[in-house]
Design a protein around this ligand. Structure first.
Ligand code: NIG
Ligand code: FE
Length: 418
C-alpha cells in the first residue's frame, strides 16, 4: 500500500550513510527536515523531503495522513523488556517505601522468585493476554520493535512456556519482536545452595530444549552480586554460543560485577543496566561491537545511581536506551518517560536520547538494517507526535501523552483518541 505523510513539522532521525549505530559525538546529530513529507510503499520508506517539493503524484497515495504539524521520528526500538509475567508486585513496592532494598527483597524469596511462583500457576493463554495488552500500551508510546525475555520460569517447562508465549506474540502483533532466553535470571528456590547444579541444568537441558524448538534469538544472564558470577556467566554464554545464541546480558546493576567485561569477551550484542561503570568498563566497551544499554526507568524506580551516560558518550561510546518493562524494577513501558529520565537524570541531550532509543536500540536487537532511522528502503515504522512546539518539547513535557499515531510497516497501528 502507498502511504503519504504530509505536513510534518520536523521529520527527524534521517540516516543515509549506512551507519549501523551512533557513537560518541555522532549521537548529538539527529538529521532532520523542517516542514516535510514522507512516502512509503509496500511497508518501506520510498522518499521524503520538503513539503514544497512534494511530488505532483504523491497525493494519489492510497493512504494520506496529515501530521498537522506533529514531529515524525523512527518508531522507538525497545531492546530490553520482561513483559511476559504473571500478576504484579506492588506489595514489594510498598516494602521498598518502608526501607527494604531490591536485594533484601530478593533474599527473602521475593522479587524474581515471587514472579516465578505466580507464573508457574498461570496458563500460557493468560500470559499471552496480559503481555499482548502491555504491547498495546507500548505501541501507544511510539514503540515499534521490542525485545522480550523469558526468566520467570526458572525450570525447563516454564521457561519454554514463556518463550512459546513470545513466539505467539511475534505472530499476533504488528510490532517486530525478538526473544531472549533468560533462564539465568535467578536461582530457583528448589536449587537454593546448589547454584552450580542449576547452571548445569541451564547448559545441558534448557539451552538445548530452547534451541530445538527455535524459541530464542538471544541468551541473557543476570551477572551480578547475589545472582550469577562472571565464571558461571561465561559457562552459560559458551553453552548458548554452541547453538548460535548471541548474548545480551544484565550486568553491573548492583555492583561492579565484572559482567561488562564478560559480555564483551563473549561478543555480546549488548550489555544492559551498567549503573556501576568505571574507566575499565568503558575501555573494554570502546574496543568492542557491544552496545551499552541504559535502563534509567529501573534506576528511577529502585532509586539507584544512574549509569554515567555523559562520561560514556564523552569517551566515544554509543549508548542505547530501553524501558526494562518488568514487574519488579520498572513496571512501565513508556519510552517517552525513559527519554525524559535520560535527559533530566543522565544529562543526555534530547537528540542523543532519541538516537539511543531508535538506531542504537535497533542495533541492540540486530535490527539496524531495517529499523531505527528514516532511510529509504527501511521499514516505514514511525512515531507521529501531536502538534508540539519543538523536538525538545517531547522529553521536556515528561509524563504527557504526546503520541498522535504509531505507524508500522506503513500502516497506522495506533491512533490516539485523546
Ligand atoms: O532488569 N535485574 C534483573 N532483572 C530485571 C528485574 C526483574 C524483576 O525484578 O522482576 C531488571 O531489572
Ligand atoms: Fe532487565
Amino acid at each position: 500500500m502507498q502511504l503519504l505523510v504530509k505536513n510534518i513539522d520536523v521529520l527527524a532521525g534521517i540516516e543515509n550513510t549506512g551507519l549501523r549505530r551512533k557513537m560518541g559525538k555522532e549521537m548529538k546529530t539527529l538529521t532532520s527536515v523542517k516542514n516535510a513529507y514522507l512516502t512509503a510503499d509496500g511497508g518501506k520508506i520510498t522518499g521524503y523531503g520538503k513539503m514544497e517539493d512534494l511530488p505532483a503524484n504523491a497525493d494519489l497515495a492510497q493512504a494520506i495522513i496529515d501530521a498537522k504539524g506533529g514531529i515524525v521520528l523512527p518508531a522507538f526500538c525497545d531492546s530490553h523488556t520482561h513483559i511476559v509475567y504473571a500478576g504484579s508486585r506492588e506489595g514489594e513496592f510498598v516494602d521498598k517505601i518502608n526501607g527494604l532494598s531490591y536485594e533484601e527483597i530478593a533474599k527473602r524469596g521475593g522479587g524474581i522468585l515471587n514472579s516465578a511462583e505466580l507464573l508457574h500457576n498461570t496458563s500460557e493463554d493468560s500470559l499471552f493476554d496480559s503481555a499482548f495488552a502491555r504491547l498495546k500500551q507500548m505501541l501507544a508510546s511510539g514503540i515499534g520493535s521490542v525485545e522480550i525475555k523469558s526468566g520467570y520460569g526458572l525450570n525447563t517447562q516454564d521457561e519454554i512456556k514463556m518463550l512459546r508465549v513470545i513466539k505467539r506474540l511475534k505472530a499476533a502483533s504488528p510490532m517486530t519482536i525478538k526473544s531472549t532466553f533468560l533462564g539465568a535470571h535467578a536461582v530457583p528456590k528448589e536449587y537454593k545452595g546448589r547454584q552450580s547444579e542449576y547452571v548445569d541444568l541451564i547448559c545441558k537441558e534448557m539451552i538445548p530444549a530452547v534451541a530445538k524448538e527455535n524459541l530464542a534469538d538471544f541468551i541473557d544472564v543476570f551477572c551480578d552480586v547475589g545472582f550469577f558470577t562472571p565464571e558461571e556467566t561465561a559457562k552459560m554464554l559458551e553453552a548458548g554460543a554452541a547453538y548460535g545464541l548471541r548474548p545480551k546480558i544484565h550486568a553491573n546493576e548492583l555492583a561492579a560485577s565484572g559482567g561488562i567485561q564478560i559480555g564483551v569477551a563473549h561478543k555480546a550484542l549488548s550489555v544492559d543496566h551498567l549503573e556501576f561503570t568505571g574507566e575499565a568498563e568503558i575501555a573494554a566497551l570502546l574496543s568492542s561491537q557491544t552496545m551499552p544499554t541504559l535502563l534509567p526507568g529501573a534506576a528511577f524506580f529502585l532509586e539507584m545511581n544512574y549509569p554515567p551516560a555523559r562520561k560514556m558518550i564523552d569517551s566515544g561510546l554509543g549508548v542505547a536506551l530501553a524501558t526494562d518493562y518488568n514487574p519488579g524494577s520498572s513496571p512501565s513501558g513508556n519510552m517517552k518517560f525513559v527519554l525524559s529520565l535520560a535527559c533530566i537524570k543522565m544529562k543526555m541531550s534530547p537528540q542523543e536520547a532519541i538516537n539511543a532509543a531508535t538506531l542504537n536500540g535497533a542495533y541492540a536487537m540486530g535490527l539496524e538494517k531495517t529499523q531505527g532511522s528514516i532511510t529509504v528502503g527501511k521499514r516505514a515504522d514511525l512515531f507521529v507526535s501531536k502538534p508540539v512546539p519543538s523536538l525538545e518539547f517531547l522529553p521536556y513535557a515528561y509524563g504527557s501523552d504526546l503520541t498522535a499515531k504509531t505507524i508500522l510497516g506503513g500502516e497506522v497501528v495506533f491512533e490516539n483518541k485523546n
